[in-house]
Each structure stands twice: as C-alpha cells, then as structure tokens.
Design a protein around this ligand. Sequence first.
Ligand code: FMN
Length: 414
Amino acid sequence: MRRVDDFRLKLGEQELVPIVVGGMGVDISTPELALEAARLGGVGHISDAMITTVSDRRYGTSFVKEKLQRFRDLIGNPDKSAIKFDLGHLAEAVRLHVGKTMEAKKGAGLIFVNCMEKLTMNAPRETLKVRLEEALSAGIDGITLAAGLHLNSFNLIEDHPRFRDAKLGIIVSSLRALQLFLRKSLRTNRLPDYIVVEGPLAGGHLGFGMDWAKYDLSSIVDEIRSWLQTEKLLIPLIAAGGIFTGSDALAFLENGADGVQVATRFTVAYESGLPEEIKQEYFKANEEDIEVNLISTTGYPMRMLKSCPAIGSGVRPNCEALGYLLDGHGKCAYIDAYYREAAAHPGVSKLSVREKTCLCTQMRNFDCWTCGHMTYRLKDTSRKQADGSYQLLSAEHIFKDYQFSTDGEIALPD
Ligand SMILES: Cc1cc2nc3c(=O)[nH]c(=O)nc-3n(C[C@H](O)[C@H](O)[C@H](O)COP(=O)(O)O)c2cc1C
C-alpha cells in the first residue's frame, strides 16, 4: 500500500520528504519545530511575524521597549502616522532569528521563513525589503511569501546576491492570485520555486471571503495544475489546508501535488510555541467551537477558537510598542474601532470591542487562538490522561505519522 514516503518533493537539486510544516505566526512555528522537520528530511518554517517582539523574547534584545520609549507621547492619540520601526533593529532581529536557526540546522531538509506581506509596519516597502534581504543574508534556505499578494516582493530583492539561489515560494488560494503575481514579477525573469495552494480549511488568515465554505482545495489545486501545464510552467505545487492524515496527504500526492503543507497537527507538539494550557484548548475543541470571523485588522477572514480572549477584547491600541499592522499612513482598523467604542461609552474603563481586535497585542500574548478547521480532530491524535488533559506529542511523531501511515490511520503516542 502506498504512503507519503513513496514520494519526494523535488526543489531544484534537492529531494525532500514531501511534508512541509507551515509557518505559524508569532513563533508558534518555532525554530525547534522547524529544525525537527528539516532533520527528518522535510521542510520546516519559522515565521518573521512580529520579529522584534520574538527577538526580545528569545534573544534578550529590547527593541519593543526602546520603540515604546521613543513614541510613548503618542499613547492615547489616534494619529499613529509618526510611529516608525528602526530598520537597524528590524535587520538585527531577523539576523538573530534566522541566523541562530540556520546555525542549529541538521539533516537533509530545508528551513524556510514565512513572510506575511500584510505586516506593513507603517512603511510597507522599506520594512519588507529589510525582512526579505536580511533573511537571505542570514542564510535562510527559502522564503515563503504569505498573506497579501506580494506583487512587488521579487522586485524588492532582485539585487540580492542570493535572489536566484535561495528557494522562493508563494502562497495563493486562487489561480487569479497566482497569475497576478507571475505577471508582476515577470520583469525579474525568475519564477517561484514552489507554489503553496492554500484552501479554505487552513489556519491563520484565509485567502477567501466569508463564503470560504463554497471552495475546496482539490479543485483549486487541479485548476492551477492544469493552467501551469498549459503554460508549460514546471513549478512544484504544495497543497495546504485541512490535510489531517497521511492518507489525506497521499490523496493529494497521487493527484499530482508535489508536496503537502500541514500545520494544525503540529500546534500541539512539544516544539510548538503555544503555551501548554492553550495547547489543551486546541485538543478540547469541538467543531462548533471554531469560527471564521473578520476581527483581524488585515482585512482577511481568520479562523480561531470562539473562546479565545482576543474576541471582544478592548485593550488600548498598542502601536507605540508594536504597530506591525499600521498601513503606512498610521492607520489600522482596530484604532478606528477602539476609538468609536470609546466615544460611545465615555468613562468606561474596560471596553469591549467586537468589530476588530488589536491583533499585535493578542498575538504577542498568545490570546488569539487561530487554528485550522480540523482542530476539532486533534483529540483523536493523542491520549487523554487521568487528569483530563491530553498528552502532548513530539514533532517527530506527528511528522512520521504523516510520512508512514496508511488507511486513514493516526498513530497514537506511546
Ligand atoms: C496556529 C496557526 C497559525 C498560522 N499562522 C500562519 C502565518 O502566520 N502565516 C501563514 O502564511 N500561514 C499561517 N498558518 C497557515 C499554515 O501555515 C498552513 O498553511 C495551514 O494551516 C495548513 O493547513 P492545516 O492547518 O489544516 O494543516 C497558520 C496555521 C495555524 C494552524
């Protein structure tokens, strides 16, 4: 009987186990998790979302505090246009995160960084260029361009010496988005090395509207695959979103995908960056506990657990310290929502804002419990212990379960 291990993902010269552990923002896909995927011969992702915050937490820098000190006079002022990131700090944070991860890499696999264009950091071009260039300089194996259309990203880094040698990929949810990207980056004379096709059951932000349920991953993969064939473009396709078992993955590989990208199953690994008590929330979730809503300020729908503290939280906008979602003109949809709510409830000290959330604060605090649709099946991947909690799993266990399992089976931990 065939299994995932009978296939290989070919990226240039490299032959990989066709399992990519997807990027999970704000250090949920940690270096420890990515390093395991690479050690086992697949691809792991770190993420550069809120990278200066991550650097402070991991490497002892104090970029967030310094930024807050610089802009603290703007606290309480809805006009955040003067808030800028120090590009030197940003570069240093990327260098630390990517550099230290790459130094620790063992095994035949690869480590990529997930880079969300929607983190516009009040200077979209300048900050994105630093993030991409520093990741390349620090030796990352590849960059996955995510969340946003990234129409100019290739152009931004075409002069970097590693532009043609590092693997560069893009996440799309439709043929149209792919066509737009290819048209815009034509001038650089460089195609993406891989395309992640992400369907509507994924975690994090969705490349669909609130009508996401009308779409299905295999149809989108088929459509993109036949268009690439017609255009004679030989770019590996990686299917993502809702692939929960080795057999699910095998079905995509047998239908012509070159690899699969998976994330939800790894949220409950020891190596995932979520705090232990939140991993338990993911394990316990039932299907009706999960929703897709519009509280993210990126403008994209996002999937999360309904019980997460981010929903309805009314914290003061924290752009002086964080501000990763400021759009370049000092705007973020949460600032508007917050001040509208504050004006409607004068004198109330603990506001509840339901329309949007301060995604920076919530993601930093692990209070926005974004998750894939299949999260409600996580309880079937582990054992319930005497105290009612679920046993965490090793990344190796989950990876090998995808690689070797057959018949829709899921191996439980010892
Ligand atoms: C907790 C969580 C956080 C995520 N964060 C990001 C992110 O920051 N950037 C991104 O491009 N995709 C993100 N994703 C999407 C994954 O990388 C992946 O493509 C998708 O979730 C795969 O589907 P699955 O979770 O059903 O396996 C996230 C997914 C999860 C579960």
